[in-house]
Design a protein. Structure first.
Length: 305
């Protein structure tokens, strides 16, 4: 899809400076690879986001919501519509429950954890050191060291495909390993605005100590410094994707500039100039060889558009 000059003008009227056209998405993804998007919009208010989505739906223009690109790869052919990244980054205490925090989806996880620590609320320390936004973390049900974000979620607020307000509460979604399913909604047709987490009172110094300990544990995993999307594949039940990839002898395997890291086998890294096609080809090669050796098909964590 190519946005017409009239559509571009309309979108500028709706978003002002908060929209760009023909955007190189490699600059917005941690893999530093990928194609271009017809547009990237970053509405900074609920009203602006709602007007934008109503317009896109009315014009039958494709759109998807994204986070900060730490688990995203846009194919080399590009995305033919509008990618939307909600810019709201605020955190605030719950109106009636002092153990709750309401956080906008554009807030970085580090910002949420810092707010919780200052408020003396404990529970999410295991997320320390994970990059990305709260919105992406909700979508992926981010977790580490035995904890998952879904264990603390109590409400989610969205804008629907016609610009309408949608609110879900605990029990209206299904959380799994690195996945969050919305039985009544399609993730590709909603924009997450805000999440509510319910935590427990704690001491600020002890919360900080736990976050520091989790960061140290994460650093000890020797994650590679080259551009990557973090862990590329989901761990299969009862096993680890990295172990299976290493067992199959794939460390260091490459397709063009894409390489299976020699430091951590569950990282596909951009070793210099990798294209999205090369990364996808390497992903499929790893899946094929691991399945042939072990009978296990590895599912990617990375969202490919």
């Amino acid at each position: 899809m190519v946005l017409s000059p009239g559509q571009q003008q309309d979108l500028r009227s709706l978003c002002g400076e908060r929209i760009g056209f023909d955007v190189d998405m490699a600059r917005h993804c941690t893999l530093r690879a990928g194609g271009r998007a017809a547009a990237l919009a970053e509405p900074d208010s609920v009203e602006q986001a709602s007007r934008l989505i109503r317009y896109l739906s009315g014009q039958d223009i494709a759109w998807r919501s994204i986070g900060r690109g730490s688990n995203l790869l846009v194919r080399d052919a590009g995305y033919p519509g509008v990618l939307i990244r909600f810019a709201g980054r605020g955190c605030r205490p719950g109106e009636t429950d002092p153990d709750q925090v309401k956080v906008e989806s554009g807030c970085m996880l580090a910002g949420l954890l810092g707010f919780c620590q200052r408020q003396g609320l404990t529970g999410l320390e295991f997320l320390a050191g994970i990059p990305g936004t709260v919105g992406g973390a909700v979508r992926m049900n981010a977790g580490a060291f035995g904890g998952e974000l879904s264990d603390y979620l109590s409400a989610l607020s969205f804008i629907g495909p016609e610009g309408e307000d949608i609110r879900l509460t605990a029990g209206q979604w299904q959380a799994g390993y690195r996945t969050m399913t919305l039985p009544s909604l399609d993730w590709g047709r909603v924009l997450l605005l805000e999440a509510t987490v319910t935590l427990s009172p704690g001491k600020t110094d002890e919360i900080m100590q736990r976050m520091d300990a989790y960061r140290q544990r994460r650093r000890a995993l020797r994650q590679p410094a080259l551009p990557s999307a973090g862990s590329f594949f989901k761990n299969p039940p009862g096993d680890f994707a990295g172990r299976l990839i290493e067992l199959t002898g794939l460390k260091g395997m490459r397709v063009g500039g894409a390489m299976v890291s020699g430091e951590h086998a569950n990282f596909i890294v951009n070793d210099g100039g990798a294209s999205a096609s090369e990364i996808i080809a390497l992903m499929e090669l790893v899946q094929e060889k691991v399945a042939a050796r072990t009978g296990i098909f590895l599912e990617p964590e990375v969202h490919i558009l």
